[in-house]
Design a protein around this ligand. Structure first.
Ligand code: 5GP
Length: 143
């Protein structure tokens, strides 16, 4: 077992610093939410804390509390925006746990009766489509 340090140049840290673009849907003092570029279904959204943490185990509890509140807020908006039948919410820790980006993040994916999830890291979505999905979620957040 190895303890690995947080890498401040991971892709989500760069999104937080505005160094690379993302289709943002929600931001507050402690958290940010944006569209996953390789969605496992329409509306697949990621919610991250602003405080640096690789995953669940090294995160500050106060940051986790803020993250949980934002996940709930975003999840409600995602479900409404896509008129989903349900939601799948998941979070991976370290490569062995399925994690590929090492800044703590929670996946929120709308689900529809009888429709399976697409493959993880399946393929890049059309940016225009992602922009439209982000707009729908932002509109649902304002209700
Ligand atoms: P995990 O680390 O939980 O396996 O998943 C990382 C997620 O980040 C994947 O679902 C992947 O599609 C997404 N992802 C990877 N690189 C980027 C990126 O540059 N921008 C965005 N918005 N999502 C990304």
């Amino acid at each position: 077992m190895t303890d690995t340090a947080y890498d401040p140049d991971n892709i989500f840290a760069k999104i937080l610093r505005g160094e690379i673009p993302a289709h943002r849907v929600y931001e507050d003092a402690d958290t940010l939410a944006f569209m996953d570029v390789m969605p496992q279904g329409p509306g697949h959204t990621l919610v991250i804390p602003k405080a640096p943490a690789r995953g669940l185990l090294d995160a500050d509890p106060a940051s986790l509390a803020a993250l949980a509140a934002s996940v709930q807020r975003v999840a409600r908006a995602v479900k409404a925006a896509f008129e989903a039948d349900g939601l799948t919410v998941f979070q991976f820790n370290e490569a062995a746990g399925g994690q590929t980006v090492f800044h703590l993040h929670v996946h929120v994916v709308p689900r529809f009766d009888g429709v399976p999830l697409q493959r993880h890291e399946g393929g890049m979505a059309d940016p225009t489509v992602l922009a439209g999905h982000a707009e729908r979620i932002r509109a649902a957040l304002e209700v």
